[in-house]
Design a protein around this ligand. Structure first.
Ligand SMILES: [Fe+2]
Ligand SMILES: [Fe+2]
Length: 202
C-alpha cells in the first residue's frame, strides 16, 4: 500500500515539474509577444516586461534542471503552451496597457494558486523541489502585485470577462497537463486549510 502511495506521489511530482516547466515556457512566450508590441506602443512598460521575462527564462531552466532526478520529461504539448502563450500575449498587448495588466494578473494569479497547492503537496514529499518552488513563487507574486497595482478600478464588464477567461484557460491547460492532479492538489489544500481553521476555532 505504502509503495503504491509512493509511486502515486512520484507520478504527481513528475507532473508538477513537467507542468511548471511548460507553464514557464508559456509565460516566456506571453512576455516575448507583449514586449514586441509594447516596444512599439507602450515603451514605458518594457522595463517591467523584460525583467519579468528574465525571471521566467530562469524559472523555466530551473524546472528543466529538476527533471532528470525525478524522471520527468518536457510536456508533450509544449507547442500548445508556446503558441497559446504567444497568441495570448500578442492579443492582450494589442488591447492596450490594461490588456497587459489583465493578462499578467490573470495568469500570475492562477499560477500563484497552483504553486500554493503544489507547495502543500511537496512539503513532506520533496523538500528540495518545495524550496525551489517557494523561491520562484516569491518572484511570481512580485509579477502579480505589479499588475494588480496597475489595473484600473472599478473593473469594467469586459475587463472582468477577459480576466475570467484567461484564468479559466490557464486552469484548464494546467488540469490537462497534470491529468487532473491540479484539482486533487487543490482539494487537498482546501481540506488542510479547513482543518487549520477548525483547530483555531476549537
Ligand atoms: Fe515563472
Ligand atoms: Fe511570472
Amino acid at each position: 500500500m505504502n509503495q503504491e502511495m509512493d509511486l502515486a506521489a512520484a507520478k504527481t511530482i513528475r507532473r508538477i515539474v513537467k507542468v511548471n516547466h511548460a507553464g514557464e515556457y508559456g509565460a516566456i512566450r506571453i512576455y516575448r509577444a507583449q514586449i514586441w508590441v509594447a516596444r512599439r506602443l507602450y515603451p514605458d512598460t518594457v522595463a517591467f516586461l523584460e525583467e519579468t521575462l528574465a525571471h521566467e527564462i530562469d524559472h523555466c531552466q530551473l524546472f528543466r534542471d529538476a527533471m532528470p532526478a525525478r524522471q520527468a520529461r518536457p510536456c508533450r504539448v509544449m507547442a500548445l503552451w508556446g503558441n497559446g502563450g504567444f497568441l495570448l500575449g500578442f492579443v492582450t498587448a494589442l488591447m492596450g496597457r490594461q490588456g497587459i495588466w489583465i493578462c499578467t494578473a490573470a495568469v500570475e494569479g492562477a499560477v500563484h494558486h497552483h504553486l500554493d497547492d503544489q507547495l502543500l503537496f511537496l512539503k513532506n514529499r520533496d523538500p528540495e523541489l518545495h524550496t525551489l518552488i517557494a523561491t520562484i513563487q516569491d518572484q511570481e507574486l512580485g509579477h502579480l502585485n505589479h499588475a494588480l497595482e496597475r489595473l484600473s478600478t472599478p473593473t469594467g464588464f469586459w475587463s472582468k470577462a477577459l480576466h475570467q477567461i484567461i484564468t479559466l484557460s490557464t486552469n484548464i491547460v494546467m488540469w490537462l497537463s497534470t491529468w487532473g492532479d491540479s484539482t486533487r492538489m487543490a482539494r487537498e489544500l482546501k481540506a488542510s486549510r479547513q482543518k487549520t481553521n477548525n483547530q483555531k476555532a476549537a
